[in-house]
Design a protein around this ligand. Structure first.
Ligand code: ADP
Ligand code: MG
Length: 362
C-alpha cells in the first residue's frame, strides 16, 4: 500500500472534479482552491479552499496541506506559482507550460523552434500592422487575441482588408495566422511524468459547433501512420520544450501534412472519452504523472464517441435512455446556461459510424 498523498489543485471546475474523482479511486486526497463556493469540483474534493488565486493565506494553507500542487486551467498567473514555490509548495510542472500556453505567439514560436510545423503567423498590434501582415501572409487569414481566447472567442476571419473593421481593437496583442484548409482537426493528450515517463493517448477527431467542441471520435478517421506521427510529435513537444504533466495538443491535418494549432497544460475536453474507453483515463495519468509514479501503457479498449452536453441540452438529458453503450457524466454545475459545458456522454461500442449516428440523434 502506497503512502496516501494529498494533491492540491488550482481551479475547481469540471476538470478538477474529474481529477478528484480519479484521485479518490486511487487513494489520494484532494484539495481544490477556487474562488466560487459553488464550483462543481467541490463534489469530488476532500477539501475546498474558497479563495481568490492571489490570496496569500489560502495559498500558504495549500502549500502546507498538499504534497503536490497542480492546475486545471492554463490561465493561472505565474506569480501564483512563484509564490507557492517560495512558500515550500511542490509544484512539479512549474510555470513553463503556463508561460508558453498563455500566449499564442509564444507557443507557436516555441514549437517552430523544435521543428514542428504551424500555420504561418505574424504578430499584430493594430490596424496598420495587421494590414501589413495580411499582405505578407495572404488571404484567407484568422486574427486572434494572443491570450485569454477560448471556444473560438476573440477570433476574426479575414478574407479581405475590410474585414479588419469588425475587429474589436483594444490595446492588446494579436496574432494573424494563415488559415489552413484542413480536412480534419484532431488532438492528442500526452503526459510527461515527473520520473520522465511519457505516454500518449489515442488521437481524437474533433468536431466543433459554433467554435465549441461538440464531439470527439476515436479512433480518428485518419491513417495509422498519421496517428503514430502525431503521437510522436506530441512526445517531441513535451520533451523538446521540457514540459512535465499533461498536455492537450490540437492539430490540423491537410493531406499528409500535420500542423500544430494550440496546446493546454491540463486535461483536455477532447480526452474525456478516456474515462470509459481506455484502461486509464487522462485524469488518472495526470495524477500519476505529477506524483512521480511510473506511467502505465495506455490501451484503447473500444471505439468511442464523446459528445459534450451543453446548458441548452437540459431537457434532452432528462429524457436520455441509458444503455450498455451509453455512459453519462454530469458535472454538477448549478446553472444550466447556453453554451456552458454541463457534462458529456461517452458512446462506447464496436462500430464508430453507428456510435456517431447515436451521438447525432441525442
Ligand atoms: P480556441 O482557443 O478558441 O480553441 P483555436 O486556435 O483552437 O482557439 O481556434 C478555434 C477553431 O478555429 C479551431 O478549432 C479551428 O476550427 C479554427 N481555426 C483556428 N485557427 C485556424 C487556422 N489557422 N486555420 C484554420 N482554422 C483555424
Ligand atoms: Mg482550440
Amino acid at each position: 500500500m502506497k503512502k496516501s498523498r494529498t494533491v492540491g489543485i488550482l481551479g475547481g471546475g469540471q476538470l478538477a472534479r474529474m481529477l478528484c474523482d480519479s484521485g479518490k479511486k486511487m487513494g489520494y486526497e484532494t484539495i481544490i482552491l477556487d474562488p466560487n463556493s459553488d464550483s462543481c469540483g467541490r463534489f469530488g474534493a476532500d477539501e475546498h479552499i474558497v479563495a481568490e488565486y492571489n490570496d496569500e493565506v489560502a495559498l500558504k494553507k495549500l502549500c502546507k496541506e498538499a504534497d503536490v500542487i497542480t492546475y486545471e486551467f492554463e490561465n493561472v498567473p505565474s506569480e501564483v506559482i512563484k509564490f507557492l514555490k517560495k512558500n515550500g509548495g511542490n509544484v512539479p510542472q512549474g510555470e513553463k507550460p503556463l508561460y508558453l500556453s498563455q500566449h499564442r505567439i509564444r507557443e507557436k514560436s516555441a514549437v517552430n523552434e523544435i521543428g514542428v510545423r504551424t500555420a504561418d503567423f505574424l504578430e499584430v498590434k493594430d490596424l496598420k500592422t495587421a494590414k501589413e501582415a495580411f499582405i505578407k501572409i495572404g488571404a484567407p487569414c484568422i486574427l486572434k487575441t494572443c491570450s485569454g481566447g477560448y471556444d473560438g472567442k476573440g477570433q476574426w476571419k479575414i478574407v479581405k482588408e475590410d474585414d479588419f473593421n469588425n475587429v474589436e481593437w483594444k490595446n492588446r496583442e494579436y496574432i494573424l495566422e494563415k488559415m489552413i484548409d484542413f480536412e480534419i482537426e484532431v488532438s492528442c493528450l500526452v503526459v510527461r511524468g515527473i520520473n520522465g515517463d511519457v505516454v500518449t493517448f489515442p488521437i481524437g477527431e474533433n468536431i466543433h459547433k459554433n467554435g465549441i467542441l461538440n464531439k470527439t471520435i476515436v479512433p480518428a478517421r485518419i491513417s495509422e501512420n498519421i496517428q503514430k506521427e502525431i503521437q510522436n510529435l506530441s512526445k517531441q513537444i513535451v520533451e523538446g520544450l521540457d514540459i512535465y504533466g499533461p498536455l492537450g495538443i490540437e492539430y490540423f491535418i491537410k493531406g499528409e501534412e500535420v500542423y500544430f494549432n494550440e496546446m493546454a497544460p491540463r486535461p483536455h475536453n477532447s480526452a474525456h472519452y478516456t474515462m470509459d474507453a481506455c484502461n486509464y483515463s487522462q485524469f488518472d495519468v495526470h495524477l500519476l504523472g505529477v506524483l512521480g509514479e511510473k506511467l502505465p501503457e495506455i490501451k484503447l479498449l473500444m471505439p468511442v464517441v464523446m459528445l459534450n452536453i451543453m446548458g441548452e441540452d437540459r431537457e434532452k438529458v432528462d429524457k436520455i435512455l441509458l444503455d450498455a453503450e451509453t455512459k453519462l457524466h454530469i458535472y454538477g454545475k448549478t446553472e444550466w446556461k447556453q453554451d456552458r459545458k454541463m457534462g458529456h456522454i461517452n458512446y462506447c461500442g464496436e462500430n464508430v459510424e453507428k456510435l456517431i449516428e447515436k451521438a447525432n440523434s441525442f
